[in-house]
Design a protein around this ligand. Structure first.
Ligand SMILES: Nc1ncnc2c1ncn2[C@@H]1O[C@H](COP(=O)(O)OP(=O)(O)OP(=O)(O)O)[C@@H](O)[C@H]1O
Ligand SMILES: [Mg+2]
Length: 244
C-alpha cells in the first residue's frame, strides 16, 4: 500500500513552528482503535532541547480528562489554579478533578495556554470533555479555547485534538486542522463527518502502480489499527498504520 514501508513518524507530525504558523491535528476513532498509541508516537517528535528541529520545538501539554492516556510527564496538575508551565519542563499533564469541568475552568486553562510565552504543543486526549468551551459559548473576557485555535496559530500555539465521536465536535473546530488521522468509526454519522472534512475517497492500496480508492465512509475500508492520513500537502487521504 502507498503508506507502507518505514518512515520517520515526524513526517506525519503537526509542526509547532513552520510556514503555516502552528499546526492543528485531529485524531478520530472508536475506543481501542489506536488513537492514543499513535498520539504517543507523534508526541515523541516534540521537545525543548536545542537538538530538536525548530518545527518540533516547544513545551508539551497533555490534557488527559479521562486519566487514561498515562503519559510520562514531568509534572501533573489536577486543578487549573495549580496548573503551571515552565520553559525548562518538557511535558506536563493536566488530569482535572471533577469540580474542574465547569466551562469557566476550561476557559481559564486555555487562557494560561494561550498566554504562555513560548511555543507549545497541546494534546487533548478527548476533546469532548471540554464541550463547555465549544462553539459560541461566550465568556466575559473571551473564549480562550477558540482564541488558542485561531489567533494562537501565529503565536506558536499548536494542538492535536482527539475524539471518539467526531460528530459531537463542532465542524469549525475539526476544520481548523490540516493534519488528520481517521481510525475505524462504527457509527455512520461519524464517518460522514470525517468524509465531509477530508474528502470522500482515500487511497487504500496500489495495484500495478495504480491507486485503488475506497470510500472514507465505508465501514469496511480500514483494518485493525489502520487509519486514513491526510496532511497539508496530501491531496487525497492515504491509508496508514503505525507498526508497534
Ligand atoms: N498500531 C498498533 N499496533 C499494535 N498495537 C496497537 C496499535 N495501536 C494500538 N495498539 C494497541 O491497542 C490498544 C488500544 O489502543 P489505544 O489505547 O491507542 O486506543 P484508543 O483509540 O486510544 O482508545 P480509547 O478511545 O479507548 O482511548 C492498546 O493496547 C494499544 O497498545
Ligand atoms: Mg485513548
Amino acid at each position: 500500500m502507498p503508506g507502507e514501508g518505514f518512515l520517520d513518524i515526524s513526517i506525519i507530525a503537526p509542526r509547532i513552528q513552520g510556514p503555516r504558523g502552528a499546526d492543528r491535528g485531529f485524531i478520530a476513532g472508536r475506543s481501542g482503535a489506536g488513537k492514543s498509541f499513535l498520539a504517543k508516537r507523534l508526541l515523541a517528535s516534540y521537545g525543548i532541547s536545542e537538538s530538536v528541529p525548530k518545527e518540533f520545538r516547544g513545551n508539551l501539554v497533555i490534557l488527559d480528562a479521562n486519566d487514561t492516556f498515562n503519559y510520562p510527564a514531568e509534572e501533573r496538575y489536577e486543578t487549573v489554579d495549580e496548573f503551571r508551565l515552565n520553559k525548562k519542563i518538557r511535558a506536563v499533564s493536566y488530569v482535572p478533578k471533577p469540580d474542574q469541568y465547569a466551562a469557566e475552568k476550561w476557559n481559564e486553562l486555555w487562557r494560561k495556554l494561550f498566554y504562555f510565552n513560548g511555543p507549545l504543543m497541546v494534546y487533548a486526549d478527548e476533546t469532548r470533555a471540554m464541550e463547555g468551551v465549544f462553539g459560541n459559548r461566550s465568556f466575559d473576557d473571551g473564549n480562550f479555547f477558540i482564541a488558542y485555535l485561531t489567533r494562537g496559530r501565529a503565536k506558536g500555539k499548536a494542538a492535536i485534538l482527539g475524539a471518539q465521536r467526531p460528530v459531537r465536535i463542532p465542524r469549525d473546530i475539526i476544520g481548523q486542522a490540516e493534519w488528520y488521522y481517521v481510525f475505524d468509526l462504527p457509527l455512520k454519522d461519524d464517518r460522514q463527518t470525517m468524509a465531509g472534512t477530508i474528502g470522500e475517497l482515500g487511497i487504500a492500496n496500489e495495484q500495478n502502480g495504480q491507486p485503488i480508492y475506497r470510500r472514507i465512509d465505508d465501514m469496511n475500508a480500514l483494518g485493525r489499527f489502520e487509519f486514513w492520513f491526510k496532511g497539508p500537502d496530501t491531496p487525497i487521504p492515504i491509508k496508514m498504520m503505525v507498526v508497534k
